[in-house]
Write a protein that binds this ligand. Structure first.
Ligand code: ADE
Ligand code: ZN
Ligand code: ZN
Length: 265
């Protein structure tokens, strides 16, 4: 996701944390003077240049023509989002690890729990997850990956990025509240059944496979001529309900893994 998507996931997670996890999160964030998860949600993107070798941690290239994730093929040497989200969740859960190390793990977990729910972060068609597929979206020159990272969200929620990819945190938080209010108890129970970190690996693989399935069945269809207002309207109408659900699921599931890693569960 872009900065808005990551902040929305973080805001939804923040309000779903159990009190014990919320207190631990507060203590870790306080080490660097932060007080909310949205403030660290895009740290992994903002500091990419200083962390060479981490680019591959943001996604998993499951080939478009194949049905699902295979670790040996798609995640060599742990260089993918599935392995790294698991890894950093375990570092975060380790109470004997250095607090600064655990804060850095928290930054990664918040970011990667968002990215793994972005359908284009679990697919590749020799196009870098859609980054090389040019598109004109509502008259703006962009690419298929960016349409899913941010364009659809910005169009639907009337948000705009400021200089250096900055966001209006207050405006984004208000949109996150609205999305959150639409989450039903049935959805909550379905998306994040109470679990333990013992099953973390299979759950993270499930989330990547869900993203991949959406990419195959929705994101990569109707791309014969990705331009013009009619195409943009049609694409927006099919992508938004999915993106909305992925942001909500990302937030609810992020809260769940933080509860398990830090809370009383
Ligand atoms: N680079 C290569 N594959 C990618 C993907 N699926 N998402 C983002 N960046 C990528
Ligand atoms: Zn992206
Ligand atoms: Zn990312």
């Amino acid at each position: 996701w872009g900065p808005e998507g990551h902040a929305i996931v973080a805001d939804i997670a923040q309000s779903h944390l159990d009190p014990a996890a919320a207190a631990q999160v507060q203590a870790l964030l306080g080490l660097e003077g932060y007080d909310r998860l949205d403030q660290i949600a895009s740290w992994a993107d903002q500091h990419r240049k200083e962390m060479p070798g981490t680019a591959g941690w943001h996604y998993v290239d499951i080939p478009l023509q194949t049905p699902d994730y295979q670790a040996a093929r798609d995640c060599p040497r742990g260089n993918c989002i599935v392995a790294q989200l698991e890894h950093f969740t375990r570092v975060l859960a380790n109470r004997s690890a250095n607090p600064r190390t655990r804060l850095e793990a928290l930054k990664w977990v918040v970011h990667l729990a968002g990215d793994i729910h972005q359908p284009m972060h679990a697919v590749d068609d020799d196009d870098k997850g859609g980054n090389t597929v040019q598109a004109q979206f509502f008259g703006i020159g962009t690419n298929l990956h960016s349409v899913w990272d941010g364009r659809v969200i910005e169009h639907q929620l009337d948000l705009k990025l400021g200089p250096n990819y900055s966001i209006d945190r207050t405006a984004v938080a208000a949109r996150a509240k609205q999305l959150e209010a639409g989450i039903t108890p049935a959805e909550l129970a379905q998306w994040a059944p109470a679990g333990t970190l013992a099953t973390l690996d299979t759950r993270v693989v499930d989330w990547a496979n869900e993203s991949h399935h959406i990419a195959r069945t929705i994101a990569y269809t109707d791309l014969a001529k990705p331009s013009g207002v009619a195409w943009s309207e049609r694409y927006q109408a099919k992508a938004w309900p999915v993106i909305r659900e992925r942001l909500e699921q990302g937030g609810v599931r992020l809260a769940e893994i933080l509860d398990e890693a830090l809370g009383s569960r």
